[in-house]
Structures are given as structure tokens and as C-alpha cells.
Design a protein around this ligand. Sequence first.
Ligand code: UDX
Length: 446
Amino acid sequence: MAPKITVIGTGYLGATHAAAMAELGFDVLGLDIVPEKIEMLAQGRVPLYEPGLEELLRRHVAGFEGASGRLRFTTSWEEAGEFGDIHFVCVNTPQKHGEYACDMSYVDSAFESLAPHLHRPALVVGKSTVPVGSAERLAARLAELAPAGAEAELAWNPEFLREGFAVQDTLHPDRIVVGVASDSAERRLREVYAQPIAEGSPFVVTDFPTAELVKTAANSFLATKISFINAMAEVCEAADGDVAKLAEAIGHDERIGRKFLRAGIGFGGGCLPKDIRAFMARAGELGADQALTFLREVDSINMRRRGHMVEFAREAVGGSFLGKRIAVLGATFKPDSDDVRDSPALNVAGQIHLQGGQVTVYDPKGMDNARALFPTLGYAPTAVDAAQGAHAVLHLTEWREFRELDPAELGKAVSEPFILDGRNALDPELWRAAGWTYRALGRPRA
Ligand code: UDX
């Protein structure tokens, strides 16, 4: 019999995982402690913007016309414990307030709430990003709290999904990593992921600490790659070089590769910044802090980009933001998402506003979240509206919509045709041909 699956936590990771498990043919029960979220999901609505996720949900959620009915939602731990053979824990692990370490309280309380309802053999699979060593601790806690005792087993299976590609990354992962303590746990997970394995996704079996470390190591590498190219951008600016050409040229070396070498205002979001900080904190606790001191530099190069963009904009408007109108294109931390957590774009917009600039923001999907976080900024319903009377336009999130803007059309709205590309994603020739002054971080002024 195919195992029945529960997914604990229905945020961006859990909602996607639950829908994907139903798509793979399993009966799935999603659990969240926030009743409003569960109500929305049960009606086939996703409380966040992720391309393709709502469609996937509606193909499976019970009660929808033509849906498989394999996906249901609940707020009851008892129901989850009774229903599931395999329980995926997908709750978030944010940065602790005022500390680098990650906040494990959601993970801990998920285990404390679920375990007492595990009366028969079950596999609990952690997917959340946690400090190394957590799995071992949680496995012991599980065996202690579950009526099934040692037959309530733990496995660790980190997720690598990118926002904006979450559905694709979940259904067709580029690798599946499982930290297990027994052959039977490995067997069960091979069964769950049989389809992607058959399609060729590599399946890497490790112990607990390695599985936990794979996730933080991967994110640290990505963050380092971005900060590396941003450091090169700083040098290019000083030497009058062109970081976009430099990235293209070094990227042809297969060992380096072209991806994640786009210089700009740097990384943000709910993962990379907090993951590298939590990794440093954990290495410190383990007495290996020296190994990761370079991540401090990665973090500070990254944060410096935001301040640098503000300077760049101030210079563009003549040395002071007072009385200047600034249009900001983009509020989310990356395109194809409505996520504004630690968004470099909003950070820059906020700094300019605090320095006396009149900032108007437009984003294709992130307006509501941005408004909730920064209610004092101005917001406009379109890019052209945001640009009305602007003394400078700042391109801060690389949405396709912005690459497809007509520079001539936008030129009619602004007071000064000055565009600063904080993502090195626009075509300089196109903008210059339409009469704009185009500037980008790490590139010659021309
Ligand atoms: C990341 C990891 O990629 C993913 O594997 C992990 O599971 C979660 O964290 P995500 O947070 O969705 O995913 O964002 P990602 O695509 O990695 O981008 C992070 C940030 O880096 C964005 O702000 C993006 O704009 C920025 N970035 C990315 C650059 O500044 N330059 C680049 O070349 C690439």
C-alpha cells in the first residue's frame, strides 16, 4: 500500500510539497496551526504568489471540480497522527530576533505536537533548514514522546526549491538528499520519490549531520558566488571596468559557470541571508567558527551593495534627495515572487525615503506585502505611474515586465530620463537610444 503523507506547515515550502505529493499520486493531509491558511488552501487558494502552485493545488484539493481529491487540509494534530505513515515537517526557521542563530521554536513545537499522536510505526521527515545537530536531538525527542516509541523514526530531507520555480523544483528536483538512520527509512523515501528518481534525479543518502549541512553549504556557496561578483563590481567601478562583461567572460569557464554571477544590489529573501548567519552561529557553537569567518565578509559585501545603490542614486539626483522624486521598479527580493522578506529593493527604497526623497514604488506582485512592511512609501499601480515626474528611475528587481518596458514611453512620464539599473538586467543600448542616461553598478559610465 502506498504510504499516506502529511505535510506539517503550509507556507511556501509546505504548500508546494503537499500539492506535489498529491501530484505524485499520494493521499496527502496538510496541517497548519493558522486556521485562515487552512481555510484558503481548502478552497484551492494559495496565500502567496508562486507560479503554477494554485493550478497544481486545484488539480488535487478535495471538493474541486475534476480534482483528484487526494489533498485535504486540517488543523488537528490528532487527525494528522492517525492519517499519516510519513510526516514531512516544513515549518520555517527564521532568524532569531537580535541574534544570528536560527529560531527553532516552530520546528520544536511541531515535533512536540505531532509525536504524542504517533501510535503506529511512522517516519517523520524534516525538511526545514536547521542547525546541524538538530536531527539527532529531534530523533531522540520523537522516540521519547511517541507512543510508538522507537518505531517513530526520523529522517532529514532538505529542500532546495527556489521561489518562483518551487513547483518545478519540487516535482523535478536536481537532487534528492536524505539523511537516514536505517535502511527502512531509506526504502520509504525511495518509494516517495520513485517518480523523480526514475526520471533521473540523483538520490544521495547520508547521515543526519551531512544532510543538514548540505542545505546550509549549498546556500553559503550561492551567497558567496553572488558576493564574489559584487566584490568584482566594486573593483570594476574603481578601475573603470565592466562587471557584466567580466562575469560573461569568467562564466565561460565550466568550472566557474555563468549562473549566480549577476552583479547588482545583492541577495535577500527568507533564505540566503538568514541561512549564512545561522551557519556562522552554529559553527561558533561547535568550535569551528574560523572555518566560516569568510561568510561574515560575504554578508557585509552583500549589505554594502544596498548602501552603495543609495549613494549612486543620490549622486544621480545632484547630491541630495530633498525635493527629488525617485521611481522604484521592484519591491520583491526576486522576480516571480511576492516575497519582500529582507528585500534589497525595499531596503534601498526605504533608505532613500528616510533621506528625504519622495519614493514611489511599483512591483507586479509584491505591492500588498510591500505596503504592509513600508506603509510610508508611495505606491503606484503601474511602472509608468510610478515614474511620473521622477528625477531618477531605479530598477531594483529584475521582473520580465521591466525588461519589456518601452523606454520611450517611460521617458514621457519622467522629469529626468535617468535610469539606474541595480540588477544589471536591462539593455543599456535600448535605453540610451531612447535618450536615457543609463547607469549600472560595476559598469562604465559611457
Ligand atoms: C535560495 C536557494 O537558491 C534555494 O536553493 C534554497 O532552497 C532557498 O534559497 P531563493 O531564496 O528562492 O532560493 O532565491 P535565489 O534564487 O537563490 O536568489 C536569492 C537572491 O539572490 C535574490 O535576491 C536574487 O535577486 C539574488 N541574486 C541571484 C543575485 O543578486 N545575483 C545572481 O546572480 C543571482
